[in-house]
Design a protein around this ligand. Structure first.
Ligand SMILES: *Cc1c(COP(=O)(O)O)cnc(C)c1O
Length: 470
């Protein structure tokens, strides 16, 4: 299996290199040269299998032999043993034709754990084989840092440094990060804003000597292996609801377009998917694109579903690559246009191609609160988080054949957003047992000024890659 960049100029790579590279050197994103194909019989044979076994079967073709099957099975099994539910990603039926797939039973209660629990272990395995170490550096406004930290904690060949803006994350978010006391985890509370944290991380990556010496790497949402791991649960859901003999539609609360692109990948691999519904909040750049064929940036407004508060969805470039006939130069031109003018457009024919697969919905905060309340009332006590509620709204409003089951991806546990859920339902959602003592746990963090040199010094003093390079 080979991977090509969406901008056509970076080297073609194998799985190991793509895993470690993240972004391609031409600024593009890696995608498989062609999608592995699963026959109806192969899909049918997944019925009744444990999640980790479906995961092995779906992902193995992407590895191209880079990891031996038995080693991979052990890694996958270990990754999903960290989930609280025996089914890993259980399906819950809401009404006659709507299901929710709970993707939030991992360590940080958000769907990113599904990919990141695997990613940390894959990094460790590949790095051990190569005798290398990496230093992961990232910035967080509070939401995604903990999933990266949980993915990397205690890994032999990985050190992780996460910057958050001091005093600007919620207490739960901060504690989820700072209560991880593993030696290889370093939380930095920066004197500054989230934008300062992001700028500082960019500066670290742009210092090539520092970057090479530290083996800097990232686990952000454009990493191919994250997409790969997310494809699995679309297979698991569809097979549970009758695939390949019955079609399924999926609704995905969408931010960076990684999760819904994984569903697109599952469809390209032979899964009978009737439709993919993109759910947006008031930041509806994607809904506007699917309505008009023009992607045009607008200022981000804060909402109750912060993980979807985006200006541009980085993974959309992977879909664009296909819509533009896999022409890297055309993707480059579109992205250049977007940077220069804040917009780009596809042709009517290309938009029609997208409409054959995708639909989009939008829910503002008021509608989101109504949906949380409606679900609570109609089901007699089931709580959904605001992101999932946006998905449920979009599922109900999208044009889908009513005989087709719709699965809404539940991307966060309701207890991650307790205030909104309590306001809508009158009951405060309960943290799962694994986090029940979060407020009593010891914290460890280091405060640093908003200064590149100070952060570099901090990283050099602690990263194991630096000691080896010295
Ligand atoms: C990250 C995230 C999303 C958005 O997922 P993308 O893959 O970026 O589209 C949606 N909901 C929650 C809770 C998230 O954490």
């Amino acid at each position: 299996m080979k991977y090509v960049s969406t901008r056509g100029q970076a080297p073609v790579l194998g799985f190991e290199e793509v895993l470690l590279a993240g972004l391609a050197r031409d600024g593009g994103l890696y995608v498989p040269e062609s999608w592995p194909q699963f026959s109806a019989d192969e899909i049918r044979a997944m019925r009744g299998l444990p999640y980790s076994e479906i995961a092995v079967r779906v992902m193995l073709p992407f590895l191209g032999g880079a990891i031996a099957e038995d080693d991979f099975r052990a890694i996958v099994t270990d990754a999903y043993a960290s989930f609280d539910h025996a089914a890993v990603v259980p399906l819950v039926q809401l009404d006659q034709r709507t299901w929710v797939m709970e993707l939030f039973h991992g360590p940080t209660l958000a769907f990113k754990d599904v990919a990141l629990q695997l990613l940390g272990r894959l990094f460790d395995h590949v790095l051990a084989k190569r005798g290398e170490r990496v230093t992961i550096v990232g910035a967080t406004s509070g939401d995604t840092g903990s999933a990266a930290i949980e993915a990397c904690r205690d890994r032999q060949n990985v050190d992780i440094f996460i910057l958050h803006p001091k005093g600007r994350t919620s207490e739960v978010q901060r504690r989820q990060m700072t209560s991880v006391l593993s030696d290889n985890v370093h939380n930095i509370a920066l004197h500054g804003t989230f934008d300062d944290c992001q700028d500082l991380v960019k500066a670290l990556f742009n210092d090539m000597a520092f970057r090479d010496r530290m083996g800097l790497s990232a686990v952000n949402s454009i990493n191919w292996a994250r997409i790969m791991a997310q494809i699995v649960y679309y297979f698991a859901a569809a097979v549970a609801l009758g695939a390949p003999d019955r079609k399924v539609a999926f609704t995905v609360p969408t931010g960076n377009f990684g999760n819904v692109y994984a569903a697109y990948g599952a469809r390209a691999m032979g899964l009978p998917v009737e439709r993919l519904i993109v759910g947006s909040n008031a930041n509806d750049i994607l809904a506007r694109f699917f309505a008009s064929g023009t992607m045009s940036a607008a200022p981000v407004v804060p909402t109750l579903s912060p993980s979807m508060d985006i200006q541009i969805s980085s993974n959309f470039e992977r879909l664009l690559f296909d819509l533009l006939g896999r022409d890297g130069a055309a993707v480059q031109a579109a992205m250049d246009g977007f940077r220069a003018e804040g917009k780009f457009a596809v042709t009517d024919a290309q938009l029609a191609e997208a409409h054959a697969i995708f639909a989009a919905g939008r829910a503002d905060d008021a509608r989101t609160m109504d949906v949380i309340k409606e679900v609570w009332e109609k089901t007699g006590g089931y709580q959904v988080d605001p992101h999932t509620a946006v998905g449920i709204h979009s599922a109900a409003t999208a044009p889908v054949d009513p005989s087709v089951p719709v699965v809404v991806m539940a991307t966060a546990h309701p207890a991650k957003f307790p205030d909104a859920v309590e306001t809508a339902t009158g009951r405060r959602p309960v943290l799962p047992p694994r986090l029940a003592d979060l407020y009593e746990r010891e914290e460890r963090l280091s405060e640093l000024p908003n200064d590149v040199a100070a952060v570099q010094e901090f990283v050099v003093a602690r990263a194991r890659a630096a000691k080896e390079a010295a």
